[in-house]
Design a protein around this ligand. Sequence first.
Ligand SMILES: Nc1ncnc2c1ncn2[C@@H]1O[C@H](COP(=O)(O)OP(=O)(O)OP(=O)(O)O)[C@@H](O)[C@H]1O
Length: 261
Amino acid sequence: MLTASKLTKQFTGLLAVNEVDVAVEAGSVHGIIGPNGAGKTTLFNLISGLLPPTSGSLTLDGRDITAAAPYERTRLGVARTFQNIRMFSDMTVIENVMTGMHTRLEYSGVAALFRLPAFRRGERAAKERATELLEFVNLAGKARSRSGDLSYGDQRRLEIARALAGDPRLLLLDEPAAGMNPTETRDLATLLRQVGQRDITLLLVEHNMGFVMDLCDRITVLNFGRKIAEGTPRQVRDDPSVIEAYLGTKVAERLAKAHGA
Ligand SMILES: Nc1ncnc2c1ncn2[C@@H]1O[C@H](COP(=O)(O)OP(=O)(O)OP(=O)(O)O)[C@@H](O)[C@H]1O
């Protein structure tokens, strides 16, 4: 579905992402992991269009989107959540979900200004859809609450509902489990599996290894901007270069010796 070829981002003097190839299969859950500073967020920003690449290309369903603006990618079915939750804290929960629908609403600005029937119909449909999404993420009971008053875990679920409001086919999640307690993390994994069952492909950056290993079909590992491994969770977990990237050469060598390798 999504293919990155030799994707590269250079900041002055630093190759944050260095000729990275990634192929995300439709219907899969694909993880990107790597130590701090490995280039995960930068790669994510290149994929969502927040940053232009220095070189390399990106295709979505075979269509070149390397130069497409973020809003164009949204129209093509790409949605994302952010590492630091971004929402309108003073708006209600349901209003926040409705802000995620602007790319799908079919009435004009004039209709909205004069509250014409087309606008009122659109608004009613948007509310119904937002309610359905809040039920899906288990927040229906808090639809009228102020978003800023939600617990951290609930705010993350709200962010997902808002991202789903644009009917994406590919959902990018930047550290979705960050700051969550074990129960919230387990609930999130269940929710994301249900998202996957809605024919939505998931690509996520995450530090929580248990969460990634449990949820992902395939994992790409970055270190110093380069892809150092890719495969199933088991393949990646057993890969010596991955162990070395996380633990440092000395510890990896000692571990290998201890296991008789
Ligand atoms: N806008 C920028 N300008 C200059 N350097 C940057 C910029 N953004 C990121 N970097 C550098 O690029 C490298 C990769 O950063 P990035 O945030 O992509 O890594 P990461 O794997 O997401 O790290 P973390 O796990 O700590 O979030 C780091 O050395 C970082 O300091």
